[in-house]
Write a new protein. Structure first.
Length: 198
């Protein structure tokens, strides 16, 4: 899912895909649920920062995360999950921002699935699976972030999956993600929503 080099266009975070057609039934459904696309414009800098973090070569070179479609998706989910957990910590007052940020993720994944050749009839099902993956990572991180060994086990399952990582790689990625979690907690909300992760 990942191009070889970073691209500032957030719609190309995984595949180099362009925006899905305006009449797409999946996007129309999400627009009805979450509001018109204009409502999420303010969250684009934050989503772009999350994508940039997930595409940082240090995850793949230093951390040994597989530089593959699955590996880049897993890092995007990990980075996004940490930000959503940060917003969750502010309770209902930032629920809308979390929903709109998730909608940007859905839009991005829709474009990526289409770029990978997924047909219209399967896009909705594919997005459902990707949303389930994001929700699973959020739940796992929420339960384990406070304890280093438990979080390393979560990272092994959710970032490396079937890849056989070294203990050093798992520790590197887990410690870096935990530092990011701590940094997010220290960033004032207004700056976070503007795209500052630390």
């Amino acid at each position: 899912m990942r191009p070889a080099t970073p691209d500032p266009n957030i719609r190309q975070s995984l595949t180099g895909a362009s925006r899905a057609p305006a009449g797409d039934p999946v996007l129309t459904l999400f627009q009805r649920l979450f509001g018109p696309p204009g409502d999420r414009l303010a969250l684009r800098p934050l989503y772009a920062a999350i994508v940039a973090d997930a595409r940082d070569p240090v995850w793949y070179r230093g951390g040994g995360v597989p530089d593959s479609v699955d590996g880049r998706f897993d890092m995007l989910c990990a980075s996004l999950a940490l930000v959503l957990l940060r917003l969750e910590g502010d309770g209902d007052k930032k629920r809308r921002e979390a929903v709109l940020l998730t909608e940007l993720f859905v839009d991005d994944m829709d474009a990526s699935l289409r770029e990978l050749g997924t047909g219209d009839l399967m896009v909705g099902k594919g997005i459902g699976k990707l949303m389930g993956a994001l929700a699973g990572r959020m739940a796992s991180f929420r339960e384990t972030l406070a304890e280093a060994a438990a979080f390393q086990a979560s990272v092994r399952r959710n970032v490396f999956r079937d890849a056989p990582p070294s203990e050093e790689a798992v520790r590197f990625v887990a410690e870096r993600l935990r530092r990011r979690h701590g940094a997010l907690g220290a960033v004032p909300l207004e700056r976070l929503l503007a795209g500052e992760l630390e």
